[in-house]
Design a protein around this ligand. Structure first.
Ligand code: ARG
Length: 459
């Protein structure tokens, strides 16, 4: 006969098709350690409330600890009646301790248990994710530092816009990840309130000290409403949202890199270890790594929709729909972990093709700086913009760069042009003028490096 957490009032076992659907072990068994930790604390709380004597509580705690080894060593065998990780842990505990083990669930429900386990799991998941994010930030920072002074065309609408430093571009992605990390840290704090002691929905009538439990399990407080606590999965939504944003940011970085690694651009060269070949075309070298990074963001953001749609129709408190939170949550975490590692590897090993980037610069990208030149001569910006537009159009008509239009003709367009316009032809010099905080001048980029290094180190 199989171990069941319920069944007294039933005359039939669940249909085999329902059992299969209900069985969450394929995805929730990874909560086993969190489930054991929460149960150990709960056994102690039962003792403190007078429902177990000290020896009994101690026996439960030690037996739960033994179970951990069984899990780690792969000694745990599932049985047909095992619905979920909570059932398995209780069954195993009862196998070791008999009747005593049957006392552990006193006043507790899987409803407050599972959400407690999830929060314990999530704390670790956030810590790991922050570690991976910080490694990507550090790798980007290192590449940016090594390539300080390398210029490239900066794009808006994927059209050549203004000259920027390669490092400035790379760090723009690192700063998006810094915001993601802050978001995860905020979530970790907000989610860190203990649901245990909420029972099935009404709370706990047996004198369980929730504040003690919270402290024992490292929570900063307790949930204030038991009905809210057992039905609340907002922290899971938040987590998947955070994962989604990271994945979107990686996707945008990947998209840039896919474009930059084409033969047409050739700004970067992907390492062989992050490229794939074609089964048909011998010459091909495809950026599969980057495409997978880009593609995963679809999977993760669909999980965000998935969890929200799961919650949408549920009435108050716990409903079994919520069991699916774990599939969305764990898959998002796992996929994100993979792509963060691949991203890190791509950034570590890619070659920055300085010459290709710098020879892609063209004089039309000086147009804005030419307008500023006229501004410095006292021309209102809107007029300066117009005059330079005329210069660009003239140059285009002749099929030459703006620097090749003779001074005399420039002066016909605007008399404020002088021979010193020739000095506004040096890309590096132009970049160095963008020295505002956040700009692309070297001093500003160095300051960005400092901020990111400090952030990653403290993470
Ligand atoms: N495996 C369930 C879940 O993950 C645990 C809670 C079950 N509670 C219940 N009343 N059936 O959601």
């Amino acid at each position: 006969s199989c171990y069941q957490l319920w069944g007294g009032r039933f005359s039939q076992k669940p249909h085999q098709a329902l059992q299969a659907l209900n069985n969450s072990l394929p995805y929730d068994s990874r909560l086993y350690a969190d489930d054991l930790d929460a149960s150990k604390a709960y056994a102690e709380a039962l003792h403190r409330a007078g429902h177990l004597d000290a020896a009994e509580a101690d026996k439960l705690v030690k037996s739960l600890e033994l179970l951990r080894f069984d899990w780690v060593e792969g000694g745990v065998k599932f049985q047909p009646g095992d619905e979920d990780v909570h059932t398995v842990n209780e069954r195993l505990l009862v196998e070791i301790t008999g009747e005593l083990g049957q006392r552990l669930h006193t006043g507790r429900s899987r409803n407050d248990q599972v959400v407690t386990d999830m929060k314990l799991w999530m704390r670790k998941a956030i810590r790991e994710t922050l570690g991976r994010v910080s490694r990507v930030i550090e790798t980007a920072t290192r590449q940016a530092e090594e390539n300080l002074g390398v210029l490239m065309p900066g794009y808006t609408h994927l059209q050549r816009a203004q000259t920027v430093q390669f490092s400035h571009w790379l760090l723009s992605h690192a700063f998006a990840l810094r915001e993601d990390a802050k978001r995860l840290i905020e979530l970790r704090e907000r989610a860190n309130v203990l649901p245990l002691g909420s029972g099935a929905l009404a709370g706990n009538p047996l004198g369980i000290d929730r504040l003690w439990l919270a402290e024992r399990l490292g929570f900063s407080g307790v949930t204030p409403n038991s009905m809210h606590a057992v039905g609340d999965r907002d922290f899971v939504v938040d987590f998947i949202y955070c994962c989604s944003l990271v994945s979107l940011h990686l996707s945008r970085l990947a998209e840039d890199l896919i474009i930059y690694s084409t033969k047409e651009f050739n700004f970067i060269r992907l390492d062989d270890s992050f490229s794939s070949g074609s089964s048909l075309m011998p010459q091909k070298r495809n950026p599969d790594s980057l495409e997978l990074i880009r593609g995963i963001s679809g999977v993760i953001t669909s999980n965000l929709t998935g969890i929200m749609m799961t919650i949408k129709g549920t009435p108050s408190t716990y409903n079994k729909d919520l069991q699916f939170d774990k599939e969305y949550c764990f898959q998002s975490f796992d996929k994100l972990s993979q792509v963060l590692e691949v991203t890190d590897g791509v950034l570590q090993t890619m070659q920055v093709q300085r010459d290709a980037m710098e020879s892609a610069l063209s004089t039309d990208m000086l147009a804005t700086d030419w307008a500023y030149y006229l501004v410095k001569k006292g021309i209102p910006f809107r007029q300066a913009h117009h005059f330079i537009g005329k210069v660009v159009s003239l140059a285009e008509e002749r099929g030459v760069g703006i620097t090749e239009v003779p001074l005399g003709e420039l002066q016909v367009i605007c008399p404020a042009f002088g021979s010193d316009i020739a000095s506004v032809a040096d890309y590096a010099n132009n970049v160095s003028q963008y020295d505002v905080i956040g700009g692309t001048a070297s001093a500003s980029v160095v300051e960005q490096l400092r901020l990111l290094k400090k952030f990653a180190k403290e993470l």
